[in-house]
Design a protein around this ligand. Structure first.
Ligand SMILES: Cc1ncc(COP(=O)(O)O)c(C=O)c1O
Ligand code: FES
Length: 382
């Protein structure tokens, strides 16, 4: 069976072959398999050195100090650690987030809400962005944390995190940013972006699944409570034996992302243009999210008169999704699209196309011609 063309890079990316090669060296007896926490022999020291080299690589992509990187199992855990860790043990506090965050943030904040934390859920603008003014208007005396995403996973829209962060810094309110969809897709510099906590994922950046990181700022020093207790790894912030091969993979992936960033952005922008140009013969297509504040690899489109389920069935030769991978099992319309003001009907007509490092011009040309065919056919039989 011929595999469909992969157009779901926002759900996950294939591991870069150079990353897979590197990871293989950290598994078997003839490689570096030791426990990085073993202090008494060379097996441990070598593994620790590999983990620290990877920490530098991940820090490098966001211009952080390696000591500010805490390894986790993925952005979901990083979000949980950041948000619960900032609120833990504090009664009567208030936090702010938005209605179109990833479930890792939404459900963590809902859980805190059930525990008695006061939560403000901001409504984004129609283009999917949250404004500085909105955040400032929502601040209260007891606000301890704001959590917003840098790039939205369904829309590709970028928030002005630097501006919001600058205001929050002045007011001494902690700022957590989910950057899972931003890593490797845009420049991120925690030097000019005043955030306190920032979540990253390995598998969105051509690294392996099941590994991520949380950036925790050292200056000014940010204190969060551990959410997983045990051997005191990661300076007590996240216990558990470090998965050396996963970490090495994420490190390699992030260093590739850093060295190839500009080139990759240019390439993806060109692919996006070709893709949209290929759809020009169709009318009744609208772009969801921001026109200008966006990463190039995620394109969310609504097709008038065509529901996404039927369209996806027709697009058997393309691997796409109607939003986030986690939500694909449910037939509920996307809460993100509802959150930016689309009706249920409009939200049911949307598909997300996301491309990346291994997508070719042929792939996007094929994709757009398939879409034109299937949409025209579905509209003709209405
Ligand atoms: C914005 C965003 N946050 C968090 C996550 C979760 O990341 P992970 O799969 O590493 O737990 C994802 C990916 O699904 C995402 O897109
Ligand atoms: S894959 Fe991104 S929402 Fe789950």
């Amino acid at each position: 069976m011929k595999k469909p063309v992969y157009m779901d890079y926002a759900a996950t990316t294939p591991v870069d072959p150079a990353v897979a090669d590197e990871m293989m060296k950290y598994l078997t007896l003839d490689g570096v398999f030791g426990n990085p926490a073993s202090r008494t022999h060379a097996y441990g020291w070598q593994a620790e050195a590999a983990v620290e080299a990877a920490r530098k690589q991940v820090a490098g992509l966001i211009h952080a100090d390696p000591r500010e990187i805490v390894w986790t199992s993925g952005a979901t855990e990083s979000d949980n650690l950041a948000i619960k860790g900032a609120v833990a043990g504090r009664q009567g506090v208030h936090i702010i987030t938005s209605k179109i965050e990833h479930k890792a943030v939404v459900d963590t904040c809902k859980w805190l809400e059930h525990q008695g934390t006061d939560v403000t859920w901001l409504d984004p603008a129609a283009d999917g962005t949250i404004s500085c003014e909105q955040v400032l208007d929502a601040l209260q005396e007891n606000t301890v944390l704001v959590s917003l995403m840098l790039v939205n996973n369904e829309l590709g829209t970028i928030n002005d995190i630097a501006a919001i962060g600058a205001e929050l810094r002045q007011r001494g309110v902690l700022f957590h940013v989910d950057a899972a969809q931003a890593g490797g897709k845009m420049a991120i510099d925690v030097g000019s972006m005043p955030v306190d906590l920032l979540a990253l994922s390995g598998h969105k950046v051509y690294g392996p699944k099941g590994v991520g990181a949380l950036y925790v700022r050292r200056s000014p020093d940010v204190q969060i409570e551990a959410q997983i207790h045990g051997g005191g790894h990661e300076r007590g912030m996240r216990s558990g034996t470090l998965p050396t091969h996963q970490i090495v993979g994420m490190g390699k992936a992030f260093s590739l992302a850093q060295s190839g960033l500009e080139e990759e952005i240019v390439k993806l922008e060109a692919l996006r243009k070709s893709f949209l140009a290929g759809l020009q013969s169709l009318d009744g297509v609208s772009l969801n999210g921001s026109e200008s504040n966006r990463v190039p690899g995620i394109v969310n489109l609504s097709f008038d008169g065509v529901d996404a389920e039927s369209l996806m069935l027709g697009l058997r030769d393309l691997a796409v999704s109607s939003g986030s991978a986690c939500a694909s099992a449910t037939v509920e319309p996307s809460y993100v699209l509802r959150g930016i003001g689309l009706s249920d009907e409009q939200a049911h007509r949307a598909l997300r196309f996301s491309f990346g490092r291994f997508t070719t011009e042929e792939d996007v040309a094929f994709a757009s011609s398939q879409i034109v065919d299937v949409v025209s056919r579905l509209r003709a039989v209405r």
